[in-house]
Write a protein that binds this ligand. Structure first.
Ligand SMILES: Cc1cc2nc3c(=O)[nH]c(=O)nc-3n(C[C@H](O)[C@H](O)[C@H](O)COP(=O)(O)OP(=O)(O)OC[C@H]3O[C@@H](n4cnc5c(N)ncnc54)[C@H](O)[C@@H]3O)c2cc1C
Length: 440
């Protein structure tokens, strides 16, 4: 019989949200998950599955039953002919990558962080960059799900297609994802080239940058014109990187946290910090190459609050210029660097922020130096207002203040997703406070 724990406290990676689940389970098999759901039905409890707990919002929080999927993390099958891998839903990407390496395979694209689970990243619509690459959910070929009544349902493009289109970005509200099959590609190396530029240059030549590099993104340093351009492209070069690059980062970021902490007393320092660190760390061209997952993954340093909305790709210039103008008009509003700008191909996943349109994601952050919150409400609200004005859709895992009304307006397929959810989970077993705002 599955054993549950009382008194476990859950906190997300950034320690910005937490909860005290009534019971905490770490099942080791499908049968044990079924037992937890049966118990929840009997006792009329809610259930939330947690993966890596990295979402910078309360999407994974509950005061009911929490299921941690860490013990369901095996590779189930490798199909070398199709380059497909079937895994249990709780596998961390950090554990998946070396396994893929062994088989000469790789994911074609991935997010910045690898201490996250495959079911978690697809559940929240995690993305990286590359205008010819979709969000990570587009790499899923099929998946299985245990619904609230304990039944196991399989879906793919050719089997239960509507459910598949919903489950590819499932928000954790359709059931417990048990396993997934991923379309991989042969292992590859990437060369990363980073170089300094200006916001004007990048926005004026956006199409050209997008054509020049398969995985193009850039960092804008608010309160300045400075931009760091990042190209990542396939290469045959062996792994290489500059040692001083590492030390620059290590020293730079210890200093950054300290200076950002000082700036909590002297906010006017933030613009200076952004300019200074650009000059210190990012004002020269750098190159490195390595296996794709070693280039795609990068340190996100210390705790932070984030918002990350997807806007139609053709609005990129207008939106960034409006954000810059807004900051200039409000000199007391501070914005930490970087504003990260990434591009993603459109898809047909019902709740994907890239549903039916190529998109540009604009990620803003406010660090929490030594865990201290920096006032951000005005910046947050002003950013959201701009994103809404230009037809933006928020990242599901990150902060936003949207409710059902907003989502009905943003997502043409929202009613379809709701109908599927209500059919699979009529009593709302998989809801929590975050999801109530989305669906009620
Ligand atoms: C440092 C850092 C860097 C990041 N970088 C990026 C980035 O580059 N791009 C990007 O788009 N996002 C990024 N994110 C956001 C991150 O990718 C998402 O929050 C992702 O969902 C985290 O995965 P997780 O396993 O921690 O999921 P969790 O936070 O644990 O859960 C996310 C959702 O999935 C559900 N869930 C998890 N497992 C299951 C399951 N088996 N069955 C049903 N539901 C399940 C949960 O209930 C919840 O709704 C970053 C976050 C951090 C903290």
């Amino acid at each position: 019989m599955v054993h549950g724990y009382k008194g476990v406290k859950f906190q997300n990676w950034a320690k910005t949200y937490g909860c005290s689940p009534e019971m905490y389970y770490q099942p080791t098999s499908v049968e044990e998950i079924r037992e937890v759901l049966a118990l929840a039905r009997q006792q009329n409890k809610r259930v939330k599955v947690v993966g890596g707990g990295h979402s910078p919002s309360d999407i994974a929080c509950t005061d009911g039953f929490m299921i941690h999927m860490g013990k369901m993390n095996r590779i189930l099958q490798v199909d070398k002919e199709k380059n497909q891998v079937t895994v249990e839903a709780g596998i961390l990407l950090a554990d998946l990558y070396p396994q893929l390496d062994k088989h000469g395979l790789a994911m074609s694209n991935m997010g910045a962080v690898s201490e996250v689970t495959i079911a978690g990243v697809i559940g929240s619509g995690t993305h990286n960059t590359g205008i010819n690459h979709g969000i990570l959910s587009t790499q899923v070929v099929s998946l299985t799900l245990m619904t609230a009544d304990g039944a196991v349902v399989a879906c793919s493009k050719s089997n239960n297609e509507e459910l598949f289109q919903a489950a590819q970005v499932h928000l954790g509200c359709l059931g417990v994802v048990l396993s997934l099959t991923l379309q991989c590609v042969p292992q590859f190396h990437l060369q990363e080239t980073t170089f300094p530029s200006t916001l004007k240059e990048v926005l004026d030549n956006l199409d050209s940058h997008l054509k020049k590099s398969e995985y193009f993104r850039f960092h804008w340093f608010p309160h300045s014109e400075n931009v760091r351009v990042i190209y990542q492209d396939h290469t045959n070069k062996p792994a290489s990187s500059s040692a001083s690059w590492f030390w620059d980062y290590a020293i730079g970021f210890y200093l950054l946290e300290f200076l950002l902490w000082i700036s909590t007393f002297l906010p006017c320092l933030v613009g200076w910090i952004n300019r200074c660190f650009f000059r210190l760390l990012f004002s020269v061209k750098r190159e490195s190459s390595n296996l794709s997952h070693k280039i795609f993954s990068y340190e996100c340093l210390f705790q932070q609050h984030v918002q990350d909305w997807a806007i139609p790709r053709e609005k990129t210039k207008e939106v960034l210029l409006e954000l810059k103008t807004m900051l200039e008009a409000h000199p007391k509003m501070v914005a930490h660097y970087p504003v990260e700008v990434r591009f993603t191909k459109g898809d047909d996943i019902l709740l994907s922020p890239c549903f039916q349109r190529d998109s540009c994601y604009i990620n803003i952050i406010m660090y929490r130096p030594y865990g201290k919150d920096v006032p951000r409400l005005d910046y947050w609200l002003a950013y959201e207002a701009i994103m809404k004005k230009f037809g933006g859709r928020p990242h599901w895992a990150k902060a936003h203040s949207c409710t059902r009304k907003d989502f009905e307006h943003m997502y043409p397929a929202f009613p379809k997703f709701c109908a599927i959810r209500e059919k699979l989970d009529p009593t709302g077993m998989f809801l929590n406070a975050y999801l109530e705002k989305v669906f009620y």
